[in-house]
Write a protein that binds this ligand. Structure first.
Ligand code: PLP
Length: 363
């Protein structure tokens, strides 16, 4: 009995699931996680918050996650300088679930979404899962999204949804707020700004564009800068009417009491967590400089990873790095690889491995 024997939806036949390899290596720099585990103070705070809800786990959690939304609104207001209220915030199990809920509400069969490739592969996959047509448009040769790129995409596709990822995964490049504002004016669809890596960037957040733009949605996460990939907490910031729309499609009690408690605990420690973001940007910039010195074509990154080209055969290099017990990401862009900024030791291991491979290529 295999997939072909099941009455599977025809559009899912022959497809493959999302699958960043999870290999047993010493240095894992392939999924843009934060290499630092939560500090003892954060762990203690999480433990305390979870203990407080544990005795009530016989009951369903707060369906509207009111306390967590309040804490997220406070965090976003502090970071962006824009006064955000809890009815403009909607959390879910990772920003992937937020994106899925957005597609359930605004996409679906007979509707389309535009993305600018290369970009985060889950945008396409979430479209597939929700029966939304995904229309891929190319970035410029330097992987930028310019006003011309935007105008062409909207003109050709007239989409219901537009995805913009900034800083973009996998390229690390950021998109100017002027381009986002122009895109918003050019489309009548919902504009989703995926800011999973916002805290690593020196560019202003698209949250600053929200006033007066009710079709704009900024999606962010606690998985990257805030060291909580394992807790699965992401959130949207948008006009309250968008939050109302998401409540039409979310499953009841989608965010467990434990998850809400973990999020509340972490948000009490943002100053400390953000301090370590600075340490990571130091490692990111060290990787970029070293790769440039080795002769690679490095794209300016505002995230916690570096995308580099002029590799020749990236699959071969990926394998050679795995042999050196270092896992990076081949996102399928010929001649390019993506490496996540690690701890200083992990970064050393990657830089030593790639320097050795560069000096003695197998080809
Ligand atoms: C651009 C982007 N958006 C969203 C996500 C999903 O993050 P999560 O579901 O952990 O919040 C990722 C994860 O790598 C990402 O790179």
């Amino acid at each position: 009995m295999g997939l072909d024997d099941l009455p599977l939806r025809p559009d899912l036949r022959g497809q493959t699931p999302y699958g960043a390899p999870q290999l047993d290596v010493d240095v894992r720099l392939n999924t843009n996680e934060n290499p630092f585990s939560p500090s003892a103070a954060v762990v203690a705070s999480i433990t305390e918050h979870v203990a407080q809800v544990a005795g009530g786990l016989n009951r369903y959690p707060d369906r509207d996650a009111v306390a967590l939304r309040g804490a997220l609104a406070g965090y976003v207001s502090e970071r962006t300088g824009i006064e955000v209220t809890s009815n403009e915030v909607w959390p879910a199990n990772g920003s992937n679930e937020v994106l899925q809920q957005l597609l359930q509400a605004f996409g679906g069969p007979g509707r389309s979404a535009v993305g600018f490739e290369p970009t985060y592969s889950m945008h396409r996959l979430i479209c597939r899962g929700t029966g939304t047509d995904y229309l891929a448009h190319s970035r410029t040769d330097t992987f930028d999204v310019t006003p011309a790129v935007v105008q062409r995409a909207i003109g050709e596709s007239n989409p219901d949804i537009v995805f913009l990822c900034t800083p973009n995964n996998p390229t690390g490049t950021a998109i100017g707020l002027d381009v986002i504002a122009e895109l918003y004016d050019a489309t009548s669809g919902v504009v989703i700004i995926d800011e999973a890596y916002a805290e690593f960037s020196s560019s202003p957040s698209a949250v600053t564009l929200l006033p007066g733009r009710e079709r704009l949605v900024v999606v962010r996460t606690l998985s990257k800068a805030l060291e909580l990939a394992g807790a699965r907490i992401g959130y949207a910031v948008a006009n309250p009417s968008v939050v109302d729309a998401l409540q039409l499609v979310r499953l009841p009690y989608h965010l467990s009491a434990v998850t809400q408690a973990v999020g509340l605990a972490a948000l009490e420690h943002t100053a400390e967590l953000l301090h370590r973001v600075e340490e990571l940007t130091v490692q990111r910039d060290r990787i970029a400089r070293s790769l440039e010195e080795l002769g690679y074509d490095v794209h300016a990154s505002e995230a916690n990873f570096v995308f580099f080209g002029a590799i020749g055969d990236q699959r071969l290099m990926w394998n050679e790095l795995v042999e050196a017990s270092v896992l990076v990401r081949d996102v399928g862009v010929p001649g390019h690889l993506r490496v996540t900024a690690g701890t200083p030791d992990e970064t050393d291991a990657f830089l030593e491995a790639i320097a050795a491979i560069t000096k003695e290529p197998s080809l």
